[in-house]
Ligand binder design. Structure first.
Ligand code: S3P
Length: 166
């Protein structure tokens, strides 16, 4: 069985949590693209976003994605990784199975209530959130090899479903 996979999906879909469950089951380790970027930047994504803006963040995200897709392990990505066409190409052309954790926006909104870490979330109201989800859903599908619907199931169950489909 493969020991490299990439997890994609909207913010709050559980990419980091599910990644942490999957890695030991696949005898590998987890990497989180946002954490890799934060280590490289020496500051939080929130701070970088506030100063440099989203466009600059996306360029750095692409560079980090390129490097990380070449390495073994479970890679959890940031929710906006599919925004750039180049990234979707990198994901779908890579040999690494790309798993879309698909969660309905209403459930995501519940999970993300009170979150103050995510810069885009702070800028959006409920309608804006749902519009962004609807915009991104086909982009995740385009980049994914496997889609797992995560509504109403916990991270362990999501991890089990992924392993069954690898
Ligand atoms: C983003 C999601 C975040 C992070 C950044 C942008 C997005 O990652 O990469 O704040 O555009 O949806 P999570 O999906 O881990 O929240």
């Amino acid at each position: 069985m493969t020991s490299s996979i990439a997890l994609i999906g909207f913010m709050g879909a559980g990419k980091t949590t599910v990644g942490a469950k999957l890695a030991p089951q696949l005898n590998t380790y987890q990497r989180d693209l946002d954490e890799v970027i934060e280590r490289e930047l020496g500051e939080s994504i929130q701070e970088f976003f506030a100063r440099e803006g989203e466009e600059r963040f996306r360029l750095i995200e692409t560079q980090a994605l390129k490097k990380q897709l070449d390495q073994v392990g479970v890679l959890s990505t940031g929710g906006g990784v599919v925004m750039r066409k180049e990234n979707r190409g990198l994901l779908s052309k890579s040999k690494v199975p790309v798993i879309y954790l698909r969660t309905q926006p209403e459930e995501l909104l519940d999970r993300l209530q009170g979150d103050e870490q995510r810069p885009l979330l702070q800028q959006m109201d409920r309608d804006g959130f749902i519009r962004l989800w609807e915009y991104r859903d086909p982009l995740y599908r385009e980049a994914a090899d496997i889609i797992v619907d995560t509504d109403g199931i916990n991270a362990d169950q999501v991890a089990t479903q992924i392993i069954e489909q690898l």
